[in-house]
Design a protein around this ligand. Structure first.
Ligand SMILES: Nc1nc2c(ncn2[C@@H]2O[C@H](COP(=O)(O)OP(=O)(O)OP(=O)(O)O)[C@@H](O)[C@H]2O)c(=O)[nH]1
Ligand SMILES: [Mg+2]
Length: 455
């Protein structure tokens, strides 16, 4: 069983060839490594030292820069060494092997995925939400996501959560002080404006939740599903949005049999667009399976675009009903009137429908704007969202439930101050899980296991 105290080593740069590659070590005492691996072992803290890296017989493996960050002022909070060598896979592997060999006396082992960041968390250099932001920043698939992750890493999300927890604790302290004097309970809620304070905290929590929900879009992408009768131009629209020939387009109805999924980006927001088999009654077994998949995709969608042909709208009511029967949550459905180049209809948004031509591109920008608008995304939102994970949303949602329950107790005036206080406590506890103050070991294991090695 690996211990959180073992000195660890890993190649910290991405696999492959590059100008520079870094081998990183963390541990309480790394002196044997410095002494045996470096030709110039006198390292000044946080200064770049140009040196040769030596093998066991004193021969040069490579030359480069050594950096030493003494505990506790390092990424992990332990002593950290970074060796910057040339970024070749073989050089780095040899240097890594050499560190393991020179560190045998102090028990150096290979780091597990995310172990450097796990130590940063265990040594209070980062809280859990910040540690997750490190992984999110590395994995960010759009600029907006990267900026949001950087803000969470800087502690913006954690501060918003802490402010809520502090507010809840203050209010609870007040309530619990009154619990010792039961005869005063009746007036207590009035006298302390407990309900007003609770309402303010609920508004604050709603704001954090909304900003996190927006941020979740940046992480996971907005799932847009294109549905409609055969031949209305679903695959053509996918290709137009993607700017590439992703799906086969033919005048033959029933061309698309399978789901085709494509990642695109609109204004920094990642979208996952799914093209599906056209909906119609058919005896063809393959097409029937395709249609079943269409309806599955609808069930997972954040937005459904129902395409109709501007020139021949017949039969669209039936497909729409079939689609709506498979929508499980409150998901916006918009009608897209395609092929307006054939009818001369003006392009753009009109109420719940969007008129466009996948062929000429007219109306595509209006569709893009409408998709962002549907999920409440604006550029201003981009600057304030928290790149939240499902785990965070669940905790925020649970906390909202507890505060709603607290409000219900207060509203009944049932003198159940102990229940009121208990809901405040539960809400604060759920919120604290976000930053890791109350996190079980297995949760930590799951979170850090998804990191890359060396991080
Ligand atoms: N004039 C015009 N033709 C279009 C437009 N969009 C698609 N088409 C044509 O309509 C036909 C069907 O297009 P597809 O994109 O394959 O339609 P689909 O909805 O994917 O059809 P299935 O996969 O069979 O369900 C093709 O011949 C396209 O070139 C458009 O905006 N204007
Ligand atoms: Mg198609």
């Amino acid at each position: 069983m690996n211990s959180d105290r073992d000195p660890i080593v890993a190649i910290a740069t991405a696999p492959g060839r590059g100008g520079i590659g870094i081998v990183r070590l963390s541990g309480s005492d790394l002196r044997p490594i410095v002494r045996d691996v470096l030709a110039r072992p006198a390292l000044q803290p946080r200064h770049a030292t140009f040196t040769r890296f030596l093998d066991a017989s004193g021969k040069t493996i490579d030359e480069g820069i050594a950096l030493f960050f003494p505990a506790p002022h390092s990424y992990t909070g332990e002593s950290v060494l970074e060796f910057q060598a040339h970024g070749g896979p073989v050089v780095l592997r040899v240097l890594l092997g050499r560190c393991l060999e020179a560190g045998r006396s102090i028990g150096v082992r290979l780091a597990e995925p995310g172990e450097f960041t796990r130590r940063a968390f265990l040594n209070d250099r980062l809280d859990l939400a910040q540690a997750e932001a490190v992984a999110d920043l590395i994995d960010a698939s759009s600029e907006a996501a990267a900026r949001s992750a950087a803000r969470s890493l800087a502690g913006e999300f954690s501060r918003a959560v802490h402010a809520l927890v502090d507010g809840l604790i203050d209010l609870r302290t007040l309530v619990e002080a009154t619990l010792d004097f039961p005869e005063e309970e009746i007036d207590f809620l009035e006298a302390s404006d407990a309900r007003g304070r609770l309402a303010a905290l609920r508004a604050q929590l709603d704001d954090v939740f909304e900003r996190s929900r927006q941020g979740a879009l940046l992480r996971d992408g907005l799932h847009v599903v294109l549905v409609g009768s055969p031949n209305v131009g679903k695959s053509s629209l996918l290709n137009a949005l993607a700017g590439a020939d992703v799906a086969i387009v033919t005048p033959v109805p029933g061309t698309t049999r399978d789901r085709i999924v494509q990642n695109i980006e609109i204004g920094g927001v990642p979208l996952v667009v799914t093209d599906t088999a056209g909906l119609r009654a058919t005896a063809d077994e393959v097409e029937r399976l395709g249609i079943a998949r269409t309806l599955d995709a609808v069930a997972q969608a954040d937005v459904v675009l129902h395409l109709v042909d501007a020139a021949s709208p017949a039969g669209d009511e039936d497909t729409l009903r079939q689609v709506e029967a498979h929508i499980k949550r409150a998901v916006p459905v918009r009608t897209v009137i395609n092929k307006i180049d054939l009818t001369g209809m003006p392009a753009g948004v009109d109420g719940a429908s969007i008129a466009l031509s996948a062929k000429t591109g007219a109306g595509l920008d209006a569709l893009r704007g409408e998709l962002l608008r549907l999920v409440g995304w604006t550029e201003a939102t981009g600057e304030s969202v928290f790149l939240a994970r499902t785990r965070h949303l669940e905790a925020l949602q649970a906390a909202r439930g507890h505060l709603a329950a607290a409000e219900a107790h207060a509203a009944r005036g049932d003198r159940q101050l102990d229940l009121f206080a208990e809901e405040l406590r539960l809400a604060a506890q759920r919120l604290s899980e976000i930053t890791g103050a109350f996190s079980a070991d297995d949760l930590l294991g799951r979170i850090f296991a998804r990191f890359c090695i060396g991080k």
